[in-house]
Every structure is written in structure tokens, then in C-alpha cells.
Design a protein around this ligand. Structure first.
Ligand SMILES: Cc1cc2nc3c(=O)[nH]c(=O)nc-3n(C[C@H](O)[C@H](O)[C@H](O)COP(=O)(O)OP(=O)(O)OC[C@H]3O[C@@H](n4cnc5c(N)ncnc54)[C@H](O)[C@@H]3O)c2cc1C
Length: 433
């Protein structure tokens, strides 16, 4: 297959969807390439089987150090399986890097209707955890959610993918882009960039096993924190993927006598310690995932499965230092620094105190193995990209979680959508004309 277009966008997660939608709505000729399929209307979407089908390596993707990474590869990217939590970009993005996403983020909040869930939908046990934390002096607050409360009749248990449409998903903005004239091509994996005299000329890859080539004067890479640096490395960008951030995550679980948080919407309450560098929120793994995750800690832990219904959980996300990286073959390494270990332990001690106060038996409390939910910071803005997200190759841009200059240690999607809107505006005003 050979085609020509004005703009190629690679990847249909929040980064790619936001750019493609805005450019298509402005009348530009856009092709959106996505290596996965569109599973949203399949009968298995939102089930454990589905999560195996559309996650990279059937959800068994691990870093060299053993961190499990869930990496959905389908239309909508990782928002197909996310918790629907939102957070405004950190203040340091503007103060330290002079990147002000304020106007784009506020516009997105209003457009999607991002807000905390009403009190009666935040979950009884989740609210008990937040109240215990408040009693201890930790200022927990209801978290912003990409959720439509009116559609939340299923209880939002859908960590494998939202079946009822209560959770906003980047696939919705892909649909908007297509309605505005964008051509979406699924099962199209970009492997190579066409670069002539330091200027982008298009992309090459494989479409359902056959080679394809698309000529384009502008290319936006939005293949995510793992996909984008691999494409760049193949094109000779040696620094891409050197060092990464992950918001390295673990859960602290403890069981009490009352009902736990397993059947409640995920992450309804949260707390950030920006001084030490971590975020806490209410969450536990879905019932079927629990024994698999806990087995990674040790053979005795899956035997705690019978108390899943009474389990309270606090998720820790640390602001991890830039470390490790990705090789051209996709091998990922993410070692913890001494400072990361300190952040994790600090957060775990606080979480333990809160769980005990909320009614968990201290004998049941344990920390799960580490996992990586936000592969990011692999093509960092103001280091490998200029402030407009352009690489040193003219008209080759990046717009996804790879561009974070440091770990965000908070939900990423709202910040990525802000970057997407800002890049689309820049392209329309200054590049496409
Ligand atoms: C279980 C889980 C829960 C999460 N919960 C939250 C949450 O509550 N709130 C929040 O803000 N964030 C959450 N996140 C993180 C968030 O979903 C991701 O950080 C975000 O989706 C990243 O967006 P992106 O555009 O960088 O990439 P992605 O969403 O990863 O999209 C990249 C897309 O590019 C495609 N692609 C990759 N390589 C190629 C290629 N070579 N050619 C063509 N296409 C390619 C992929 O298939 C994918 O669809 C969660 C993540 C996970 C896994």
C-alpha cells in the first residue's frame, strides 16, 4: 500500500487521538495509524479474556527487574483499560520548563465533563479509608474522574475495559476524528521513518503482514512511552529511550471485618505528598487478577484470596527518578534508585497507618510487588524535543507520555490531552498554514 497525506499520526491513545481530532476538524488531511485493532464492540471487551487479547504479551510484559507493565495495544491506547482518573498537570511543568498547558487542560475538563464522582458514588469503604487518613492529618481529596456518573449503574468495576460507556476513552476522540474526515487504519504498525536531508518525508511499516508506505510532510509519533522511542531508535535517534520514568506503583492491602473496596469505583480518593514524591489513592486489583499479582510476591500470598471481599487497598505511585530505558528490541529496564526506595517505604508506612485506622487487621497488611503503569519520559521535552515537541528532524513531532521531562506521579491522560491540543494548535498556526 502506498499513500500520500498532509499529516500522519502514529498511535491512537490520548496523544494521537487529540492531535488527529483537532487537525481533522480543521479540515486537514490526516491518516491515523494504529498497530492494534478496534476491540470496543467485541463481546470480550471489558472482560479478563479481553485484557489478555489486547494487552502486549497477553499482559505478561515485565521489565528486567520484574515490574509488570500492562500495555493495551488497540484503538484508544491505554485508556482502554485505565481507571478514568484525572489530575491537572504538575505546577513544575510551567515553573521549571515554561510549558503552560493551563488553557488546553481547562478546555478539556469542560469539554469532557471531568469532575469528582458525587459523594454517594465514591464507595463506602473507599470513603472510610479517606476519612481514616483525614483523621490522621493527611489531606485526602476526591479525585477528578473521566466518568459520567449517570451511566455508572455497573459500579465501575471495569478495570479490563469499560463496557457501559461511563468512562471516557480516547477511542471517542478517534471516532470524532474519523467523523471529521480522518482516515483511521488499524493493524498498521509503523517500523520506519522516511527522513531526507533532516526533514521527515513519511513512514513505513506493516499492515496485516503487508508492507505499506505513506508520504507526509508532517509526522506525529504518539505510539506511547514504549512504542515511540523504539520507532525513533530504528531511525537512528540514539538518545530516545535512554532513561525513563514509570510512576512506579505498588499496593498496600489489608483486610478487616467489613466489606472491602473491590466492588467500588477505582481511585475515587487521593492524596499527594509532593515533598517526598508520591501519590496515594484507593484501589485494589480485580478479583481474578488478585491471585496472579500476589503470587508474584510469594507462594503463600494467593491464599489470602478468600478475604478479597473484605480487603482495603491503598495504591502508591512514586515520582521515580529517571533510570534504565528501552532497547531497540523492546527490552525494558527500570531500576529503583535509593531515593525511590525511600519514597516507596515512606508511602507504605503511611498507607499501613491509614489502613489500620480504617479497620484493617495489622496482621493482614502487606505490600504487593512493584509494577509499571505509566511508561513515560523516554523522549523528554526540552532535552530531546524542543518546547513545541519537535525532534531535531524538521516536522517530526512526538505527542504522548514519552515527552514528560520528569515522572508526573499522578494520572497522565489529562496532561497528554493538554499537550495534544497545544501541539495541534501549533501545527495549524505555524506549520500547516
Ligand atoms: C491499568 C492502567 C490504569 C491506568 N489508569 C489511569 C488513570 O486512571 N488515569 C490516567 O490519567 N492514566 C491512567 N493510566 C495511564 C494512561 O492510560 C497512559 O499513560 C496513557 O494512555 C498514555 O497515552 P499515550 O498517548 O502516551 O499512549 P497509549 O495510550 O499507550 O497509546 C499508544 C498507542 O500507540 C499504538 N502503537 C504503539 N506502537 C505503534 C506503532 N509502531 N505503530 C502504530 N501504532 C503503535 C498502541 O497500540 C497504542 O494504541 C493507566 C494505565 C494503565 C495500564
Amino acid at each position: 500500500m502506498k499513500k500520500q497525506t498532509e499529516v500522519v499520526v502514529v498511535g491512537s491513545g490520548p496523544g494521537g487521538a487529540s492531535v488527529a481530532r483537532q487537525l481533522a476538524r480543521a479540515g486537514k488531511k490526516v491518516i491515523l495509524l494504529e498497530r492494534g485493532r478496534d476491540h470496543r464492540r467485541a463481546p470480550y471487551y471489558g472482560t479478563p479474556l479481553g485484557a489478555l487479547i489486547y494487552s502486549d504479551r497477553f499482559s505478561f510484559l515485565f521489565t528486567k527487574e520484574g515490574l509488570n507493565i500492562i500495555r493495551p495495544l488497540m484503538v484508544g491506547g491505554a485508556t482502554s483499560m485505565y481507571c478514568g482518573s484525572a489530575a491537572r498537570p504538575p505546577a513544575w511543568l510551567k515553573e521549571k520548563y515554561h510549558i503552560d498547558l493551563g488553557q488546553y487542560v481547562e478546555e478539556t475538563i469542560a469539554e469532557i465533563g471531568i469532575a469528582p464522582l458525587p459523594p454517594e458514588q465514591r464507595g463506602v469503604a473507599s470513603t472510610r479509608i479517606a476519612e481514616a487518613a483525614l483523621d490522621l492529618g493527611y489531606n485526602w481529596e476526591p479525585l477528578l474522574k473521566f466518568m459520567r456518573p449517570k451511566r455508572l449503574d455497573c459500579g465501575a468495576k471495569c478495570m479490563y475495559g469499560c463496557r457501559c460507556g461511563a468512562k471516557w476513552n480516547a477511542g471517542e476522540w478517534v471516532d470524532d476524528a474519523v467523523a471529521a474526515g480522518c482516515e483511521l487504519i488499524t493493524q498498521a504498525r509503523v517500523d520506519e521513518l522516511i527522513i531526507e536531508r533532516d526533514q521527515i518525508g513519511g513512514v513505513r511499516g506493516t499492515l496485516r503482514g503487508q508492507a505499506f508506505e505513506i508520504e507526509s510532510k508532517i509526522v506525529v509519533l504518539a505510539a506511547g512511552g514504549i512504542g515511540t522511542p523504539m520507532i525513533l531508535q530504528h531511525a537512528g535517534f540514539f538518545e530516545a529511550g535512554h532513561g525513563m520514568t514509570m510512576d512506579t506503583t505498588a499496593m498496600v492491602y489489608g483486610a478487616g471485618k467489613d466489606k472491602g473496596i473491590g466492588d467500588e469505583p477505582p481511585m475515587t480518593w487521593a492524596y499527594a505528598d509532593d515533598e517526598i514524591g508520591y501519590m496515594l489513592s484507593t484501589l485494589i486489583d480485580p478479583r481474578l487478577l488478585y491471585p496472579i499479582i500476589t503470587a508474584l510476591k510469594g507462594p503463600q500470598y494467593p491464599f489470602t484470596w478468600h478475604r478479597w471481599g473484605r480487603t482495603l487497598g491503598v495504591m502508591i505511585k512514586i515520582k521515580d527518578d529517571i533510570s534504565g530505558g528501552i532497547t531497540f528490541e523492546g527490552e525494558i529496564s527500570k531500576p529503583m534508585s535509593a531515593r525511590d526506595q525511600f519514597r516507596l517505604n515512606h508511602a507504605a508506612i503511611v498507607a499501613r497507618k491509614i489502613l489500620i485506622r480504617a479497620g484493617a487487621d495489622p496482621e493482614t497488611i502487606f505490600l504487593t510487588p512493584l509494577r509499571g503503569t505509566h511508561p513515560s519520559g523516554t523522549v523528554r521535552v526540552c532535552e530531546m524535543l524542543d518546547a513545541n515537541l519537535q525532534t531535531h528532524t524538521k516536522n517530526l513531532f512526538v505527542c504522548d507520555a514519552s515527552v514528560f521531562p520528569e515522572a508526573l506521579d499522578r494520572p497522565t491522560v489529562l496532561t497528554i490531552l493538554g499537550f495534544g491540543k497545544r501541539l495541534a494548535e501549533h501545527l495549524l498556526k505555524n506549520v500547516l498554514g
